[in-house]
Design a protein. Structure first.
Length: 321
């Protein structure tokens, strides 16, 4: 049985070392019920310890009736705990709850040619895209940057996918002259080519600057990190409209930090203002928006806030909690 209609229970079947600090985790259905299907670029939210929720891209071939879900997790010593917990605590046979696959980074299958710019763990959602493009006979090329050969995840799998056709170019930051130059590559592409980017914030920012003049419908990206620093200046109060509780947000803390410190149940996942899981309605007060989820129009309307990273411009912020 599932925890509720929006969650499924998974059992960890296999853990595989993929590269330095990166392992993949293969989950199957815990109750033998069919797993929901997914398209390339999709992710699932894993519900880990103590209410911690983390989003992970699916790396296995997309299917309407998959036998398993495979995600890759990069150990982050200074992260928020999700990666450490997965690497140190998850064991084969363990059961976890997850949301069904969602897709905020879909593949456009109509493009005649596609070029991917990927950094590090950003290769994860791209793997099923490459397989799908091969299946429908579309042209593609992958520009894959990593710190070193030892930190190149899924290297052998990519070699099998490429099948000796020279469609994958590796760049290693540790080697002289190996920096991935996005600008030069994009400049040489036909206007009809679709371009994708998935990787660290710096790479995404460079990619967006370089592709600013291209047709927006041909430009696709997914952030794994925040574009702005979280609001931790503090110095304001948060009032919970439903209970009347009032909490002080001190410097160095986010609203989410304060809510969790006071055992207030609020959904959250990325903690970077990217996924939208912690969206909370504003009853009164002015938010200091630092997220990449709300549109400029939504931020101006000031009706919702991402409590994981945004703060307050007013002395008090009343939330629908």
């Amino acid at each position: 049985m599932s925890m509720n209609t929006s969650q499924i229970e998974l059992r960890l079947k296999r853990i595989t070392f993929e590269a330095e600090r990166i392992s993949s985790f293969e989950f199957v259905s815990a109750d033998a019920n069919p797993l929901p299907g997914f398209q390339p670029g999709a992710h699932i939210d894993l519900h880990l310890q103590q209410g911690m929720i983390r989003s992970y891209s699916l790396a296995n071939a997309a299917s309407a009736d998959p036998l398993y879900y495979r995600v890759a997790v990069q150990r982050e010593p200074n992260g928020r705990g999700g990666s450490r917990w997965a690497h140190d605590k998850l064991r084969v046979g363990d059961k976890v709850w997850a949301t069904p696959p969602q897709n905020d980074f879909p593949l456009d299958e109509c493009a005649s040619s596609t070029v991917f710019f990927v950094g590090g763990i950003g290769i994860t959602p791209v793997l099923p895209m490459l397989r799908r493009l091969d299946a429908i006979g579309r042209e593609w090329k992958l520009m894959y940057a990593s710190r070193s050969p030892g930190e190149t995840a899924f290297a052998e799998e990519l070699q099998r996918i490429d099948a000796g056709r020279g469609r994958i170019v590796h760049f290693h930051d540790s080697e002289p002259g190996q920096r991935l130059e996005i600008r030069a590559t994009v400049a040489a592409l036909p206007a009809s080519t679709h371009v994708y980017c998935c990787g660290p914030t710096g790479m995404i920012d460079d990619f967006l600057a370089v592709t600013a003049e291209r047709d927006p419908s041909t430009v696709h990206y997914e952030r794994f990190g925040a574009a702005q620093q979280a609001a931790t200046e503090g110095g304001f109060d948060v009032v919970l409209h439903r209970s009347g509780a009032k909490y002080r947000v001190e410097p160095g803390k986010t609203i989410l930090d304060v809510l969790l410190d006071n055992n207030v149940a609020v959904p959250y996942s990325c903690c970077n203002g990217v996924c939208g899981s912690c969206r909370t309605e504003i009853i009164d007060g002015q938010a200091d928006h630092r997220d990449d989820f709300l549109s400029d129009e939504e931020k101006q309307a000031n009706q919702a806030i991402m409590v994981c990273c945004s703060g307050a411009r007013s002395k008090t912020l009343v939330l629908d909690l």
